[in-house]
Design a protein around this ligand. Structure first.
Ligand code: 3HC
Length: 681
């Protein structure tokens, strides 16, 4: 867990707990021991504490959370380090995060490599720095800088840390760090304790910070508690401030928001793992990517690769479509540059890697080709059989389809093992999610390469099996069906959307339909009106793009309730003989969100998703499910699967003939087990 070296009069302690030197109970125990021993060792004049491997420390061991007993000890350890009679220097490289930085704050001096990053990201896990961070940091660097780090959770660079006084000096790199720290320690006369400083707050600083960050703070408990704790640092003596911090920490740790956010942390990392693949699988080299289609999706997809320095050949059928596509990419890049997120040079560099062409044969050079044309199986089959004759051996062939069968597409090629789905979400240059679709015959190295490449371009990839709509969109189907049925039975689109936005979704089903286009998948016959959607489409209410959908839109796309839609709904009710009734928010939740959970359970049962948490990651990154509610499957377990089954059973009459409860959901509810436990049985 730790290694120690005595360099004449300086004791060097090296944390060794790969991969991130998390401060679990064993490591803490070892540190208590060695710090105590150093106090009575006459040979030791000062102590240097550093981390082995890639970083100083990633903080407390998050896996120990929930076992409160196990996680106690970190605050005491920091206090013990600070109480040391011999000066202690933290030598930081890589990152010092959370409890890792709090340990460094307990040390009397800090030295960091120039590329190190220091932060207190606890708030992103729904907690606050619980080992003195909220009390020591404002004392050391001032309230305003501390609020930024603690409440927003953003790490700072070593240079910024030097400016604010968080570190005392910099060392060039990891190789020079240990010896610089030892030399520095030798110059020190005695300890210098941060807790002995005082933190004062300029008038109104907390109120102003809260107001400026109101949107980010929203309904979250942790940022509020962080502010309260930092305020305590300015009002209370250290001991009482630390007690207040502990109090707030324990409350947050036991709350649902923190449980959900910690779930999301591990879910994201689990999603990167593909069941049944050897860890050392050889990836296919991807030097150039081909994209077929320069529309919104094709352009957005290309930008991801260009931004990551990977050349792209983009193919279109018509020159004007190609020109339009390239112009849109430039416009998007320029907009990013205007916001200061890219330099003009970076924009030119990215676009310099783009090769637009009308020549399909140019794809022969590419190691991966992604088809991004509209959703039509015949068109896709045609493209893939042409690709099969052109693409070089070993090239990966991907479709960006949102719904269609990758197996059917792969079957038209002589190399189905090289075919996979790469389902990007719109706008593809912004949205982080990619469903990496594993066809029946997709080779393991193709899947692994698809996942690795998606990560390389900054995406969050999740594996999905083949089914209509894959994981995310398939779950949208019952939600939309029920949302529409609810409206016919008596709710308004506004009611349904409000329940979703109050829940924390960025938009409700009808707002989403208006944004995406109400006409997507419409049969385009204005005379054939079989659904509410048909009625809207027949009146060219195609959503935001036509200024009218389920809502009316003004020139600035501001929505308002539509009397026309209310009339269309009323006509429909009369035609169907429906007498509208009052629909409660609870019923809207049951019939839209619980039905989605039910579909998720079916997806898990069919092994389309590898694990329940993968479904959660898809909803976090593809559809804006609020992270502090974990994801639909985690949330369902929190609500109680038995409660969900009961509510769905009770709504059975309204859910319609076609509705079936997932056997997995029923079994998990009956046995009181989690989705994953149920799926493993
Ligand atoms: N506790 C337990 N496990 C951790 C961990 C932690 N603090 N940090 C990372 N891990 C695990 C990950 O789950 C992953 O496990 P896996 O291989 O089994 O999936 C493994 O370590 C490697 O993690 P990453 O894939 O994230 O590695 P990277 O190199 O990409 O990133 C990192 C390293 C920047 C340290 C990143 O892991 C990270 O951000 N970790 C969390 C940092 C954090 O939030 N710290 C605060 C903890 S709470 C705290 O300290 C409370 C205190 O105030 C009382």
């Amino acid at each position: 867990m730790i290694e120690t070296h005595l360099h004449t009069d300086i004791l060097e302690i090296v944390l060794q707990n790969p991969p991130v030197n998390a401060l679990g109970s064993d490591l803490r125990g070892a540190l208590f021991g060695v710090i105590a021993a150093a106090q009575t060792n006459p040979d030791v004049k000062a102590i240097v504490l550093r981390g082995a491997g890639k970083l100083f420390s990633g903080g407390a061991d998050i896996k120990e959370f929930g076992k409160l007993q196990a996680e106690q000890g970190l605050p005491e350890l920091v206090d013990t380090i600070e109480a040391s009679a011999k000066p202690v220097v933290a030598a930081i490289h890589g990152t010092a995060l959370g409890g890792g930085l709090e340990i460094a704050l307990g040390c009397h001096y800090r030295i960091a490599t120039a590329d190190a990053r220091l932060g207190l990201p606890e708030v992103t896990l729904g907690i606050l720095p619980g080992a003195g961070g909220t009390q020591r940091l404002p004392r050391l660097i001032g309230v305003e800088a501390a609020l930024e780090m603690i409440v927003l959770g953003n790490p700072v660079s070593a240079t910024r840390a030097l400016e604010t006084g968080l570190v005392d000096r910099l060392s060039e790199n990891q190789s020079s760090l240990a010896s610089d720290a030892i030399d520095f320690a030798r110059t020190l006369n005695g300890p210098r304790r941060t807790s002995e400083l005082s933190a004062s707050a300029p008038a109104g600083v907390f109120e102003q910070f809260q107001a400026t960050n109101a949107r980010k703070i929203g309904k979250l408990d942790a940022p509020r508690a962080c502010i309260e704790a930092v305020k305590a640092a300015t009002e209370l003596p250290i001991k009482e401030g630390l007690a207040k911090e502990r109090d707030l920490f324990v409350k947050l740790l036991g709350g649902d928001q923190s449980k959900a956010l910690r779930h999301v942390f591990f879910a994201e990392r689990a999603a990167a793992k593909i069941d049944g693949l050897p860890k050392d699988i050889q990836l296919r080299p991807i030097g150039r990517v081909g994209v077929i289609g320069a529309g919104t999706m094709g352009g957005g997809i290309s930008m991801n690769f260009l931004s990551a320095g990977i050349p792209v050949t983009i193919v279109e059928m018509q020159q004007d479509a190609l020109d339009r596509g390239v112009a849109t990419m430039r416009k998007n890049y320029d907009a990013t540059a205007a916001k200061g997120r890219l330099t003009g040079e970076q924009v030119e560099q990215a676009l310099g890697l783009l090769d637009p062409t009308l020549d399909f044969d140019a794809l022969a050079d590419c190691d991966l080709v992604i088809e991004a044309v509209y959703e039509n199986m015949d068109v896709k089959k045609d493209i893939f059989s042409r690709l099969d004759t052109i693409a070089k051996p070993g090239a990966m062939l991907a479709s960006n389809t949102s719904y269609l069968s990758i197996d059917e597409i792969a079957a038209v090629t002589r190399r189905p093992q090289d075919v996979l789905g790469l389902h990007f979400f719109s706008p593809a240059n912004v949205m982080k999610l990619v469903e990496v679709v594993r066809g029946e015959k997709t080779a393991p190295d193709v899947l692994a390469t698809g996942m690795a490449l998606a990560r390389k371009i900054g995406k969050v990839p999740v594996v999905s099996g083949v089914c209509y709509g894959f994981i995310g969109n398939r779950m949208l189907i019952p939600r939309q069906e029920q949302a529409t049925a609810l409206v016919l039975e008596g709710a308004t689109p506004e009611d349904v959307d409000r329940v979703h936005t109050e829940f924390g979704m960025p938009m409700g089903p009808f707002q989403m339909a208006d944004l995406a286009g109400v006409d997507i998948g419409w049969h385009r016959d204005p005379e054939r009106i079989e659904s509410l959607r048909d009625a809207l489409c027949a009146q060219k209410r195609w959503g935001q793009k036509t200024g009218a959908g389920f809502y009316d839109y003004d020139e600035r796309r501001k929505p308002s309730s539509s009397p026309v839609v209310a009339e269309i709904i009323e006509d429909f009710r009369q035609k169907e003989g429906i007498v509208p009734r009052t629909i409660s928010d609870e019923e809207i939740i049951t019939r839209t969100l619980y039905t989605m959970v039910n579909e998720g359970a079916k997806i898990l049962d069919e092994a389309i998703a590898q694990r329940a948490s993968d479904i959660d990651v898809i909803w976090n990154y593809g559809y804006g499910w609020p992270r502090h509610k974990g994801g639909p499957m985690f949330w369902a377990e929190l609500v109680g699967l038995a409660h969900i089954v009961d509510a769905l059973e009770q709504s059975r009459a309204q859910l319609g003939e076609a509705f079936t409860l997932s056997p997995l959901l029923k079994r998990c509810a009956a046995e009181g087990i989690s989705f994953d436990e149920g799926a493993r049985q």
